[in-house]
Design a protein around this ligand. Structure first.
Ligand SMILES: Nc1ncnc2c1ncn2[C@@H]1O[C@H](COP(=O)(O)OP(=O)(O)OP(=O)(O)O)[C@@H](O)[C@H]1O
Ligand SMILES: [Mg+2]
Length: 261
């Protein structure tokens, strides 16, 4: 057994282990050697300035992007092994994006059942049962027959979360799930995510919501320029960061009107 295989098999049930991850687009090296772990049941919030590589890192975790170097192990799969069953691996990983990416021509219920039927080969009735349960979980009981354009942004994002949960993921990835929302609907989405965390879901969350990160994250990772600059308990990284780049970023995020022109 190779080292990466034994490493991967140690990462069960939602855990993530990334070592030496490099990713370039042409000559633009976006990730410059990232090491990151998420233990099963842990909530890790990823913060950092625009362009620092946060989305790219998340996309490497479920191999929407192919890393140039390094290893990515997810839920017992070595994602960078050429022999890996990518579809089987991706089935364990749910992803929620800034733009909710719901199918506009499908009802809320259908949005939550279509992949269950196609990918997991569930019978329609079973898939509908799972979808209803998850819609209840995100507070959308009674919305099954609506269409996405009949919902607020916060409600659409909660459908997207219910859709991801309906695939029984062991790991949930969130990429700025609240940054496209009207301020008054941000809270309802964060509240659903808080509930998931409390229920023990393993979560890797890119967010600018520092209050949420501070309250919910077990660990906060600050990235800048394609490297991890600082990581640690939320209270430490957000409350008393040690690195000047982290301090500068947090000053700007926490005081958005306090800019020098
Ligand atoms: N598919 C792509 N092709 C080429 N360059 C890309 C691609 N995706 C991202 N990049 C580049 O990689 C860098 C990092 O982008 P990424 O989206 O990962 O940053 P981010 O930290 O998520 O930023 P933001 O906070 O704005 O979402 C940027 O310079 C971006 O232009
Ligand atoms: Mg991004």
């Amino acid at each position: 057994m190779t080292e990466t295989t034994s490493h991967a098999s140690a990462i069960r049930a939602g855990g993530v282990a990334i070592t030496g991850l490099h990713k370039s687009y042409g000559s633009n090296e976006v990730l410059k050697g990232i090491d990151l772990t998420v233990a099963p049941g842990e909530v890790v919030c990823l913060i950092g300035p625009s362009g620092s590589g946060k989305s790219t890192l998340l996309r490497c975790v479920n191999l929407l992007e192919t890393p140039n170097h390094g290893t990515v192990a997810v839920s017992g799969f070595d994602a960078t092994d050429p022999e890996v069953d990518l579809n089987a691996m991706r089935r364990h990983v749910g992803m929620v994006f800034q733009q909710f990416n719901l199918f506009p021509h499908l009802s809320v219920l259908e949005n939550c059942t279509v992949a269950q039927v196609k990918v997991l080969r569930r019978a329609k009735a079973e898939a509908a049962g799972v979808a209803r349960e998850n819609l209840r979980r995100v507070g959308l009981d009674g919305f099954e027959d609506r269409y996405p354009d009949q919902l607020s942004g916060g409600q659409q994002q909660r459908v997207a979360i219910a859709r991801a949960l309906s695939m029984d993921p062991q790991l949930m990835l969130f990429d700025e799930p609240t940054s496209a929302l009207d301020p008054e609907t941000v809270g309802e989405v964060l509240s659903v995510m808080r509930g998931l965390a409390a229920a023990g879901m393993t979560m890797l969350v890119v967010t600018h919501e520092m209050g949420f990160a501070r309250e919910v994250a077990d660990r906060v990772v600050f990235m800048d320029g394609g490297v991890v600059v600082e990581e640690g308990p939320a209270e430490q990284v957000i409350g008393s960061p040690t690195q000047p780049r982290t301090q500068d970023f947090l000053r700007r995020v926490l005081n958005p009107t306090d800019v020098e022109l």
